[in-house]
Design a protein around this ligand. Structure first.
Ligand code: NAD
Ligand code: GLY
Length: 347
């Protein structure tokens, strides 16, 4: 068992332990006296893990109702958010009660945003069940939903009261979702930790579970450092967006349907590195991504991706920020005019 303390404005612990879902009731009881909760989850995760969670809550005297929505990014919207609010009203959830996000990044993001807004803010606990959610989205307090104008455009900073990472839950993840999470793991290696990158290089999608607890711990600890330095995303935190400017554009180009966030991040990191860094780094990164069945490029024409880039949150006025890694383990933030970015990408 390992715990990482996140020293943000509202501090909390991340508990990392195989089998910890079974003792989530006990862990949650250490951060709240409330005996009433609402679990928010998607249909896939509900089938797999709700029963275990509810039993553990009951053993600790906590009663919980469950709200289930259809899995996938298409549910991360204002309509689902409205349904969650209606559910919380119907179940008479009060400010002293709390929400539990049981699932991947979609569940975590929408539940966190619901917790930030409902009754002007109530506590919530993250129980991430995808690799991406464990290493990235459940920690750091970014919450959001998508709107027709763009992904994650409506949201809030809301830190959870506790994060419980049980890497046993990752055993049921489809390979494609494990790959997605590995895109973020590779990202952490590229931006901050050469050893982590080398660990990724020395494994592949078939044997990565062997070192999963170490990987989850290392990634969360990197996120802790970055978020503690820049909780509200005004500077250093931007390095976590390595690969995301193009990645989000590629996801948007695919209309968020057949293309996952992790695939976008992987293609985005590789394309930026291939264009702007030395070829030996680009080759190592591409080889590593391919070992986790991740894309290193996209069929989308750059001309069609650029309008998505300028709609992104990383684009302010006529400037755009992007991240490069001139060496493995070190990231730099660059800010250029949209015109110069266009030249860099199309050149
Ligand atoms: P997701 O939540 O859609 O989960 C992926 C799929 O895996 C879903 O179909 C889900 O039902 C299924 N699933 C989840 N856990 C499972 C398990 N243990 N076994 C089997 N199936 C399981 O997607 P995701 O990749 O976890 O998260 C992507 C989302 O996270 C995006 O919306 C992205 O914007 C967001 N995100 C947020 C942040 C942040 O800081 N808040 C960071 C990165 C990504
Ligand atoms: N996933 C990017 C961030 O948390 O800032």
């Amino acid at each position: 068992m390992k715990t990482i303390h996140i020293g943000t404005s509202s501090p909390y612990d991340v508990h990392i332990e195989r089998g910890s879902l079974l003792k989530s009731g006990e862990l949650i009881s250490s951060v709240t006296n409330s005996k009433k909760a609402a679990v928010i989850t998607d249909d896939t995760v509900n089938e797999l893990y709700s029963e275990e969670l509810i039993k553990s809550l009951q053993r600790n005297g906590i009663n919980a109702d469950i709200f289930v929505f259809p899995h996938g990014e298409q549910s991360k919207n204002l309509h689902t958010l409205g349904e969650i609010f209606d559910f919380l009203c119907k179940k008479r959830i009060t400010r002293s009660d709390f929400l539990i996000a049981l699932g991947g990044g979609v569940v975590g993001d929408i539940t966190g945003f619901a917790a930030a807004c409902f009754l002007r803010g109530i506590k919530f606990v993250q129980i991430p069940t995808t690799l991406l959610a464990q290493v990235d989205s459940s920690v750091g307090g970014k919450t959001a939903v998508d709107i027709p104008g763009g992904k994650n455009l409506v949201g809030a900073f809301k830190q959870p009261a506790l994060v419980i990472c049980d890497s046993d839950t990752l055993r049921t993840l489809p390979e494609e979702e494990l790959s997605c999470g590995m895109a973020e793991v590779i990202k952490y290696g590229m931006i901050r930790d050469k050893n982590l990158f080398e660990k990724c290089e020395s494994h592949s999608i078939t044997d990565i579970h062997e070192v999963m607890d170490d990987i989850v711990y290392t990634c969360i600890d990197i996120k802790r450092q970055v978020v503690e330095n820049d909780e509200f995303d005004n500077g250093e935190r931007m390095i976590l967006n390595f690969g995301h400017t193009l990645g989000h554009a590629i996801e948007g180009w695919h209309k968020y349907t057949d293309y996952t966030h992790g695939m976008g991040v992987s293609a985005g990191m590789c394309m930026m590195t291939r264009r702007l860094c030395s070829s030996d780094i680009a080759e190592r990164l591409e080889k590593c991504a391919e070992a986790y069945k991740l894309p290193v490029n996209t069929e989308a024409p750059m001309k069609e991706l650029l309008p998505f880039c300028t709609k992104d949150k990383k684009c302010e006025a006529s400037n755009i920020s992007y991240i490069i890694c001139p060496e493995i383990g070190r990231a730099e933030i660059k800010k250029v005019s949209v015109d110069d970015f266009r030249i860099l990408m199309e050149g």
